[in-house]
Design a protein around this ligand. Sequence first.
Ligand code: ATP
Ligand code: MG
Length: 566
Amino acid sequence: MKQSKVFIPTMKEVPAGAEALSHRLLLKAGLIKQSTSGIYSYLPLAARVLNNIEEIIREEMESIDAVEILMPALQQSELWEESGRWDAYGPELMRLKDRHGREFALGPTHEELVTSIVRDELKSYKQLPLTLFQIQSKFRDEKRPRFGLLRGREFIMKDAYSFHADEDSLDATYEDMYGAYDRIFKRVGINARPVLADSGAIGGSHTHEFMALSEIGEDTIVYGEESDYAANIEKAEVVYHPNEKHDEIKPLTKIETPHIQTAKELADFLEKPLDEITKSMIFKVEGEFIMVLVRGHHEINDIKLKAYFKTDNIEFATEDEIVNLLGAKPGSLGPIFDKEVKIYADNFIKDLNNIVVGANEDGYHFLNANVGRDFVVTEYGDFRFILEGEPLSDGSGVAHFAEGIEVGQVFKLGTKYSESMNATFLNNQGKAQPLLMGCYGIGVSRTLSAIVEQNNDENGIIWPKSVTPFDLHLITINPKKDDQRELGDQLYAQLKENYDVLYDDRKERAGVKFNDADLIGLPIRVMVGKNAAEGIVEVKRRDTGESDDVHIDNLINHVNQLFTSI
Ligand code: ATP
Ligand code: MG
């Protein structure tokens, strides 16, 4: 296409607030335009890249017998009430009413809808397994939309759902999807790593996230260098080996700790190491208050709490609730009280005695609190995040951390939706059974951004050729000169027979054109300039910057070779 006809509003300066590199580059190179917070238009270049990503996804889905459908984005509340998610999904669900006052949601995901289709139409084990997928806009009223396309409120997702008669069949499709995801991310030019993830409160099931490694990633990946262990930090198990260095038990002593709010402040105030302090926090688990204790240098992992208590309904108690319950504000809480509040302690609390705890009185703590004598722990468990350098649960070595962007997730759902929504099939003995299900998502627009996050340099984007909006950037440096313009037109006609060519025919200064070309980042650039009269053009690779003067008689050959080698 002629660049003069394509709408590519490149920018010199990107708005402040665009923190992620991919966000800045996508704005700067004229690929996206923000409409409002977390909502974007995809301009021509982005639309082309999205099409390319989607084509790769379609090919890989087809290769594992997943079939494309398209479901409505607008979903009646009744479906969500059946699954229990009308309430459970919370404020992220975009809700609206029709003119008759009936409630609807804009789909953030489609388990309910796909289950409702299949339960009506699929009756027999003979129709199984079945995998359906779609590529569609999803809606989530994210608390913090940010980083451009990485966390939007409207975004494009490929979502697939599989239906099975037995576990073996579900396992097989899960493996197929896992393999397809691996291929998809490689093909689109992303360095992604599958990591074990938390399967949520309704548990027991199995799930992996695919993480594109990137500093901007909102997820922390825990991995080993001596094995292929990789897990989301939310999931990574902490191994506990007792290391009890117990001193002689000392008497409980109350001390004044004025204005102390945090474990760090307390440790400094007492001149004790942070790991000898404890943190006490109050949570509400399905409405019931509990206290969780961890050591000062550890952080409570609420995802592990959810898995432990097998519920999503866990939240921090509010300050008012805490004051009502224990008579003190969060800075002075501790496990010594005479209330019906169960205490759960992280395993590593066992290694301490004579510990420092809040006195449940503002501005006071106890020294030398001891389990058994002063308070009772209902249960110990793994309630915290692993630290870098701690042993991995596969025994292979120690934890290393990396940041990642979750570009996809594969998930064994089991019968969660088929049971609540009554989706059964007749097995080979004619008996009705709930369908087993899997679900598999790829953030298509997030993937677009992740590709840019991983493929760029200081001058702009470097598109992998698999998804590039155009293959070649043909530039006439000065189209006002007849020889350049004529040769440019001639080469455009030739090259576009085999390639997608963006032809910069604009009457702009050479500097502007080169800057835009670097920013837009097509794999190969062909420049028609001052040697046009001799039939010589310059051919340059975007990734390495290497360039050659090539005679036009040899141009097609040269470009073919170069393009294959990239
Ligand atoms: P996250 O933890 O990042 O919020 P999620 O686990 O809630 O994501 P899923 O329900 O697994 O997301 O959705 C499938 C895929 O959709 C994710 O792997 C991700 O790539 C993409 N995705 C999810 N939320 C967003 C969003 N707000 N903006 C862009 N892509 C998203
Ligand atoms: Mg996910």
